[in-house]
Ligand binder design. Structure first.
Ligand SMILES: Nc1nc2c(ncn2[C@@H]2O[C@H](COP(=O)(O)OP(=O)(O)OP(=O)(O)O)[C@@H](O)[C@H]2O)c(=O)[nH]1
Ligand SMILES: [Mg+2]
Length: 444
């Protein structure tokens, strides 16, 4: 829980580093300079100054550091803030933590508390706060770009614009209810209904984006499927460039789903290896493994069906059944195949053993993924939380559009607005905040 005490935290990664960054924020933040710096005089805001840092109780010098003061509201949190850029040794970090913690009224920050304060002080809306967390966690170029776009307010503006249009319609509807006797245009409700149904279409299109933004945050899901011994685990290892999965000539080696994380042309992907599929004859573990493989196949964005080249040109019938429009088919063990003429023209021949065909497969995967994430498209929905709120908003709009009584129509517009407002944090946010900020790291 938050209170209004002054908070501090190590904002850089823990462990030894060249420089460590400590952040302080709150009403008393500038007292950190008085207490720790020598000389202790005032600093010009937003200007770096070199100071000796002392423990206020023992007066012992801890380090020499660059110190920057920010006067609220011109700071990240909107409060008075101070940054200390010290050396990054563990002992320095420990001594600094102790010194800051010894100042009365100072306490260690909770994860995400700096950003939470920024939100509470109106420095950013909730979508921007979430974008900060995404940017901190971004591992690939495409994730970074999406988070930055959201941080720049692309989503906040889109939802803000819808919120405003709803609020305008609501005002019109209420006016015509409250001033029914006055000389208002007769078709006011009809006009608003048109506006609302237009807006409904825009929200529905935004929702119907194939989960593009969420995929980009969480990773595009690719699954390897095929008969036992086809070389699925070998292929996973070749793509991941490490021995993540056990490989053996014994059919039925893989039982559980094994995942590796890949960066494919800047897009994040989670590649899953699964148990070989065949007619269920084996033990309960084997059946459970196949069950998990099929479940993963249902949820995946893309399937790679691996055929065993040792049987070429015969194809496993069970595996053939898995091929659909969301599938890339590959024939592994190309090193064992002399004559490639045969069925399945679209298939890629490759060898997890020699590495032949691995690059073309990666190129193909890159193309398939890029087609699904169009960089220049409108800002995309990035979180399940947003999706839920938008679906609720849509339901209320539908109810409003089908209601007969004017006051019920208006009430549903109000509820639609509230659902939308929850995304950016305009209303009813208290219960949401803990959930959102708990995913942050301390110091952000
Ligand atoms: N010659 C050749 N052998 C391969 C190739 N890829 C895999 N193998 C061999 O095929 C056997 C099975 O490989 P795995 O990767 O364990 O096959 P899998 O599809 O994961 O098998 P299960 O987990 O049992 O379903 C092992 O002996 C591998 O060394 C390849 O490209 N060429
Ligand atoms: Mg395997």
């Amino acid at each position: 829980m938050t209170d209004d005490r002054t908070i501090f935290a190590l904002a850089s990664a823990p462990g030894r580093s060249g420089v460590a960054l400590f952040r302080v924020s709150g009403k008393e933040a500038l007292r950190a300079i008085e207490q720790l710096c020598s000389p202790a005089g005032k600093l010009a805001p937003r200007t770096a100054a070199l100071r000796a840092i002392k423990n206020p109780h023992t007066n012992e010098t801890i380090d020499r550091a660059l110190v920057i003061a920010f006067k609220g509201p011109s700071s990240y949190t909107g409060e008075d803030s101070v940054e200390f850029h010290t050396h990054g040794g563990r002992a320095v970090v420990n001594a600094m933590t102790e010194a800051l913690g010894s100042i009365p009224g100072f306490r260690l920050a909770e994860p995400g508390e700096f950003t939470r304060r920024a939100f509470e002080n109106g420095k950013m809306d909730l979508t921007e706060a979430e974008a900060v967390a995404d940017l901190v966690h971004a591992e690939t170029e495409a994730q970074r770009k999406q988070a930055l776009r959201q941080l720049d307010g692309a989503l906040g503006k889109l939802y803000g614009n819808w919120h405003e249009r709803l609020s305008h319609s609501l005002a019109m509807m209420e006016a015509s209810i409250d001033f029914a006797d006055e000389d208002l245009p007769q078709d006011l409700f009809e006009r608003e209904a048109q506006e609302l149904s237009g807006l409904r279409g825009e929200i529905a299109r935004h929702l119907n984006d194939g989960h593009r933004g969420e995929r980009l945050r969480e990773g595009f899901s690719i699954v390897l499927l095929g008969p036992p011994n086809a070389g699925k685990s070998s292929l996973l290892n070749a793509l991941a460039r490490r021995d993540a999965a056990i490989v053996s000539p014994i059919a039925g080696t893989t039982r559980d789903v094994i995942e590796v994380y890949l960066d494919i042309n800047g897009y994040p992907a989670i590649l899953a290896d699964t148990a070989g599929l065949k007619e269920a004859t084996g033990d309960a573990i084997e059946r459970e493994g196949m069950c998990r493989a099929r479940a993963r196949a249902r949820d995946a964005d893309l399937k790679i069906v691996v055929f065993d080249g040792a049987n070429w040109p015969r194809f496993d019938p069970e595996a053939r059944k898995l091929v659909d429009s969301e599938t890339i088919t590959v024939v592994n063990k190309s090193d064992l195949i002399e004559n490639r003429a045969g069925e399945l023209d679209e298939s890629l021949f490759l060898s997890a053993k020699t590495g032949e065909g691995i690059e073309p497969l990666l190129t193909r995967l890159g193309r398939e993924i890029a087609e699904r994430f169009d960089d220049n498209a409108a800002p995309s929905l990035t979180r399940a939380r947003h999706r839920e709120a938008l679906e609720e908003c849509l339901n209320h709009l539908d109810r409003s559009l089908s209601a007969v009584q004017p006051d019920l129509r208006a009430e549903d517009v109000r509820l639609a607005m509230r659902a939308l407002g929850r995304i950016t944090g305009r209303v009813d946010v208290e219960d949401l905040l803990d959930n959102i900020f708990k995913d942050f790291c301390i110091g952000k």
